[in-house]
Design a protein around this ligand. Structure first.
Ligand code: NI
Length: 158
């Protein structure tokens, strides 16, 4: 088979262009380099992606539990989760879990599990950052539907 150089150049350049499109597509999917293909999550970076308060963002799923982060200031609403414990971990600021029998004040690096069925009303100092771990079935404000409630199907992955 005889292939002239010009045809070969065209073929190579077309292949290169396709490869570049593919590379950009893989970049877009976040699977092209070694680090992102391992799906490492930088929590600080994730906190920088949003500013809305009391609107949990999902980072990961593990054994049916969703790992969510949120920002808050002021109060949410009193509610309970009949079937789910709810774990709070504070990354910045101060989160007070108001319970009917007293308050749990969480500072940076501290955590608490609100047992299932226990009424709570989170209250945060300005610009508090925290993480929650709870089953995917957990409703934002329990049975209570309020204007601040974000339904599970509206809670977004970031
Ligand atoms: Ni709750």
């Amino acid at each position: 088979m005889v292939v002239n150089v010009s045809t070969l150049n065209k073929v190579v350049s077309k292949a290169a262009s396709r490869l570049s499109v593919l590379t950009r597509f893989l970049d877009f999917l976040g699977v092209s380099d070694e680090e992102s293909s391992l799906n490492k999550i930088n929590i600080s970076e994730k906190f920088r992606l949003f500013s809305d308060e009391w609107t949990p963002k999902i980072l990961a799923e593990s054994n049916g539990q969703l790992i969510k982060i949120a920002k808050g200031s002021g109060e949410l609403v009193w509610h309970a989760h009949d079937n789910e414990d709810e774990l709070f971990i504070v990354f910045k600021g101060q989160l007070t879990l108001q319970l009917r029998n007293g308050n749990v004040v969480l500072n940076t690096g501290e955590m608490y599990v609100v047992p299932k069925g226990v009424e709570h009303c989170p209250k945060a100092e300005t610009d508090t950052h925290f993480m929650m771990v709870e089953p995917s079935s957990t409703a934002h404000t329990g049975e209570l539907q309020s204007e601040v409630t974000v339904s599970s199907d509206k809670q977004e992955w970031i």
